[in-house]
Design a protein around this ligand. Structure first.
Ligand code: AMP
Length: 397
């Protein structure tokens, strides 16, 4: 179990504290359309304000590709954060991020003040983890706090490089929560432990399937991934998504599940379409019987029942990836059914970020889940058992 120092283990009174947040929020015409990430960052920020720190926030936003892009400025975030915190969050509008505005603002800070730096990805060095920008960031602070789980699987200046030049580096509450929930679920789950994997490709989930087979009682595989398994077992899959290079791997995983006594559930029926579009003709067919020219777009009603029943008696459920092409309303039913089943169970329910988190939130089940991860890629790598550079960089307890 990871045991990292957190904001509860340090005294920040009078100290300049650089906090790496995940303010990568969706913006339309300069308006924030989903502020979940800002709200999620508040507990750590409030704690540091109350403790008398000089709080310097930083984050990336979108992909400006190493140069200033006004439409990806963090300025609107400073405005909204000021409202949410009930105190001014001063915006340091430097195109070079650590520039004259940021330096002057930091120098003028009083205990409990908050400033926000410009988008860290305005600097080309950020995603290359180059020393010069890491040192510039470090020069602003005495203490560093990482609360950006969404980027923890990347080694960038603002979450990893900077820690080389600051002695005290700890995690914030959001990061701590992610480590605790994801770590506990995999290493000390209350059983039965059920994992549900979906999404497009087997290839992107190889390591997580392999590792979860060592941990779970039941592994459910839906979504586009399932057709590679079906074909590997001799099924007819029409034009469904399939990775022919992974047929052997799929058979290995079926064998591994058997050897380990893990129940591996695959779809038994599908909702298929005669084109990859919401308005195509559809039909329900048994697994392995998809006609030529048709493709599997969602799990079928029998499969929904099978998967939802498997979740009912679980004590821990981890879910990553949709059950079908859920962006198209006609093929979202399977994903919705799984989300509803998770909302109903008494189990500890952990939603790996990305599409499954979006689906759960859109359906209004957000507060029915135990934990919704703020990091899609990061949560997947965590579940794979990989060391996340952004977590590893914090001081051990
Ligand atoms: P991933 O990023 O691997 O979790 O994949 C998410 C994507 O998988 C979503 O955009 C879904 O539309 C897509 N997906 C899920 N099921 C299918 C399917 N049966 N055929 C094609 N794409 C799918």
């Amino acid at each position: 179990m990871l045991n990292k120092k957190s904001v509860d283990d340090i005294n920040v009174k009078g100290q300049r504290v650089l906090v790496r947040c995940d303010f990568n929020v969706p913006l339309i015409d300069g308006k924030i359309t989903d502020e979940n990430r800002l709200v999620a960052a508040l507990p750590t920020i409030k704690k540091l304000i109350t403790d008398g720190g000089k709080v310097i926030l930083c984050s990336h936003l979108g992909k400006p590709k190493g140069e200033p892009k006004p439409e990806l400025s963090l300025a609107p975030v400073a405005v909204r954060l000021s409202e949410l915190l009930g105190q001014e969050v001063k915006f340091a509008a430097d195109p070079e991020v650590v520039g004259p505005n940021a330096k002057a603002a930091v120098a003028a800070m009083k205990d409990g003040d908050v400033i926000l730096l410009e988008n860290t990805r305005y600097r080309a060095e950020e995603t290359k983890n180059e020393d010069n920008f890491s040192q510039e960031l470090a020069s602003l602070c005495d203490v560093y706090v990482d609360d950006a789980f969404g980027t923890a699987h990347r080694a960038h200046c603002s979450n990893v490089g900077v820690t080389k030049y600051v002695d005290t580096c700890v995690v914030g509450y959001l990061m701590q929560k992610e480590i605790d929930f994801l770590g506990n679920a995999v290493d000390h789950p209350e059983r039965p432990f059920v994992a549900i994997l979906g999404g497009a490709k087997v290839s992107s989930k190889i390591s997580v399937i392999n590792r979860l087979l060592d941990k779970v009682d039941t592994l459910i595989i839906g979504g586009g991934m399932a057709y590679t398994f079906s074909k590997a077992q001799g099924g007819k899959i029409g034009t469904s998504l399939c990775e022919d290079d992974y047929l052997e791997y799929a058979l290995d995983m079926l064998k591994k599940a058997k050897e380990k006594g893990v129940k591996l559930l695959l779809p038994i029926d599908h909702k298929i379409g005669d084109a990859f579009s919401n308005d195509c003709n559809t039909a329900i067919v048994k697994s392995g019987e998809i006609p030529d020219g048709w493709e599997g777009m969602d799990i079928g009603p029998e499969t929904e029942k099978l998967f939802c029943d498997a979740v009912k008696d679980a004590k821990t459920v981890v879910w990553n990836g949709p059950m079908g092409c859920f962006e198209m309303p006609n093929f979202a039913h399977g994903t919705k059914a799984v989300a509803a089943a998770l909302a109903e169970t008494d189990a500890v329910t952990i939603i790996g970020g990305g599409d499954s988190a979006a689906a759960v939130n859109q359906l209004g089940y957000g507060d029915k889940m135990t934990h919704i991860s703020t990091g899609g890629g990061a949560s997947l790598e965590f579940l794979e058992g990989k060391e996340l550079p952004g977590v590893a960089a914090a001081n051990d307890k």
